[in-house]
Design a binder for this molecule. Structure first.
Ligand code: ATP
Ligand code: MG
Length: 597
């Protein structure tokens, strides 16, 4: 590839409206261009990078025994009516009619079409298990397409579907895919975690999301610094150290954990509940300061609307409510924090002074609150709080559960190790479906006894184009992309800085030929540009290995090799350069393959 002949339209300016790094850099590096909202053209280098992901995915799916096929993107409504998703799927499903007035949709996913194939072509237990996949453009009419390739309306997905004769066998197929996904993201050179995901109405824990760790993601994850534990904060369980009610001498405990009180210690004498004046002290911090306690000793009362009904939620003063946990505890479909006016209108409770004692609305509490003693809480009277508030004695919540957001000060629920919070980007999702689709669409096979049974299914998606965006989110600096070697559109860029000299140009050309002969993917920057802009573009494109042929070649017969990731430079003798670089590239790729095996 010669840069002068390629369409790689790099730009200096950061495009307006591109909020995240991957979107900005994909545009600036000339990898993609927007057609209209959520629709992008992949220019040659963008496509080359996406193909890298696609090839790794294909190789690993094949290795895991799955077979590639290709289904139509346009799907007839009748199949979706059989699964009852035509009505349920919502406006993300782009529906349209053909000239005969028949209903169709653009495939956002292919459970219906693949189940139709299975019921026609698979009849006996002898044909199972079977795993079929495709790599194809999907369409979802996303309400807010954004962040470039991260959330497009049209995007590339690998979707696989497994068919098994029994639940147990389906579990094994699921594990095979879990392992294949792990290999895929390791081979891509990405830092990622598999997290247990919400399996919605189907239940069970057979759903995992594969998350690439990055500073900008739509999900917040908590990961263990010591073991493989990872979870979405919406699900991450806060495990309190084994404890009874804290005794008072423990109040200065900086860790915020509860001390245990042994049965032999004398019983703690609880304070009386007393009303105190706290004028203008609406916030936890101010009340705590005013009463000379820490926020840990204050009970925070938040008013939520759960499916329209007001609910008072208690957490310790230094904690935050995790609304998804609240939603799950209440078994509600929607919970939202109410604003001050609405609280007053609905409950006549004075915002800032609300507390659990004698509260006239539904009350739920985080587990930690129940271990507090002699706490401060709102008095449900303007300008007043109560001291000496004790759970069980002074108030009894209808429900108690794990309702607060986990923090880095909590401990890993598996190994007690230290935790780290990070953002995550969902790049893959695996799901044990069971017989939901096979029953709805009558996909049956004959078992060993000749009896008809529904096939047990699984489905497994990877957002191939989103992987590219996620890789850039995780790997970039202020100068541009830093491609993990396996995903780079080319592995090496040669900068010819002596374009005016025939000898230098010939030397760069020969190096280019030699590297290609060694099996490497190379871009030769033969443009008539200043060295400065060649360096800048090489950085922006994120190509892992950069070789400069210029003055040092003319004077000393040497070229300079620079690694994009570390910025480390080495001077190589021209004659050995091709072989040495080829060795380095191959060794780096091999080490990722080894990690994956
Ligand atoms: P999200 O929660 O991000 O909307 P999803 O859970 O609806 O995604 P799945 O149905 O699990 O997505 O699809 C499989 C994979 O396809 C996802 O893990 C993700 O990587 C990718 N994907 C989904 N929606 C998009 C999109 N709009 N643009 C790019 N990739 C997407
Ligand atoms: Mg998903």
């Amino acid at each position: 590839m010669r840069y002068s002949k390629m369409l790689i339209p790099t730009t200096k300016e950061t495009p307006a409206k591109a909020e995240v790094a991957s979107h900005q850099l994909l545009l600036r590096a000339g990898f993609i261009r927007k057609l209209t909202s959520g629709l992008y053209t992949y220019l040659p280098f963008g496509l080359a990078a996406v193909k890298k992901v696609e090839n790794i995915v294909r190789q690993e799916m094949n290795r895991a025994g799955a077979q590639e096929l290709l289904m139509p993107m346009v799907q007839p409504a009748d199949l979706w009516r059989e699964s009852e998703r035509w009505d349920k799927y919502g406006p993300e499903l782009l529906r349209f009619q053909d000239r005969h007035g028949r209903d169709y949709c653009l495939g956002p996913t292919h459970e219906e079409v693949i189940t139709d194939i299975a019921r026609r072509e698979l009849h006996s237990y002898r044909q199972l298990p079977m795993n079929l996949y495709q790599i194809q453009t999907k369409f979802r009419d996303e309400i807010r397409p954004r962040f470039g390739l991260m959330r497009g309306r049209e995007f590339m997905m690998k979707d696989a579907y497994s068919f098994d004769a029994s639940d147990e066998a389906a579990g094994a197929s699921y594990q095979t895919m879990h392992a294949a996904y792990t290999r895929i993201f390791q081979r891509c050179g990405l830092e990622f975690r598999a997290v247990e995901a919400d399996s919605g109405s189907i239940g069970g824990s057979f759903s995992h999301e594969f998350m690439v760790l990055a500073d900008t993601g739509e999900d917040t994850l908590v990961i263990c610094r010591e073991c493989a534990y990872a979870a979405n904060v919406e699900k991450a369980k806060v495990v309190l150290p084994k404890a009874n009610k804290s005794d008072k001498s423990d109040k200065s405990d900086k860790t915020g954990q509860l001390a245990s009180v042994s049965a032999t210690e004398p019983a703690v004498i609880l304070q009386e509940c007393v009303k105190v004046t706290t004028p203008g002290m609406k916030k936890v911090d101010r009340v705590a300061k005013f009463l000379e306690v820490t926020p840990k000793e204050v009970i925070k009362t938040m008013i939520y609307l759960a499916d329209g009904e007001p609910v008072a939620v208690l957490v310790r003063g230094d904690r935050e409510v995790q609304s998804v946990k609240l939603k799950n505890l209440l078994d509600a479909t929607d919970v939202e924090l109410t604003d001050d006016d609405a609280v007053w209108q609905m409950t006549k409770l004075p915002v800032g002074y609300i507390g659990p004692v004698d509260i006239p609305i539904k009350l739920v509490a985080d587990q930690e609150v129940m271990a507090m003693t002699d706490a401060i809480a709102g008095a449900n009277e303007k300008g007043h709080h109560l001291t000496g508030v004790n759970p069980d004695r002074d108030f009894t919540p209808l429900q108690v559960g794990d309702l607060r957001q986990i923090t880095e000060q909590d401990h890993c629920p598996l190994c007690q190790g230290p935790l780290r919070l990070t953002e995550g980007i969902e790049v893959g999702h695996i799901f044990k479906l069971g017989t939901k689709y096979s029953e709805a669409m009558n996909a049956v096979f004959q078992d060993q006894e000749g009896k008809d049974r529904s096939m047990v299914m699984g489905c497994y998606g990877i957002g191939v184009s989103r992987v590219l965006a996620a890789a850039i989110e995780q790997n970039h600096d202020k100068n541009g992309i830093i491609f993990p070697l396996p995903l780079a559109p080319v592995q090496v860029i040669i900068l010819n800085l002596g374009l005016k000299s025939e000898e230098t140009t010939a030397a760069a050309e020969k190096l280019y030929q030699n590297l290609r002969a060694a099996g490497l993917e190379v871009l030769l920057d033969d443009r008539d540009e200043r060295p400065g802009s060649k360096f800048k573009d090489a950085d922006l494109l994120g190509i892992p290995y950069r070789v400069t042929v210029g003055k040092t070649w003319e004077k000393e017969g040497r070229v300079e090799l620079r690694l994009r990731r570390t910025g480390a430079t080495t001077s190589l003798a021209y004659e050995q350069a091709a072989a040495e670089i080829a060795d380095m590239v191959k060794a780096e790729l091999l080490s990722l393959e080894k990690t994956a095996s």
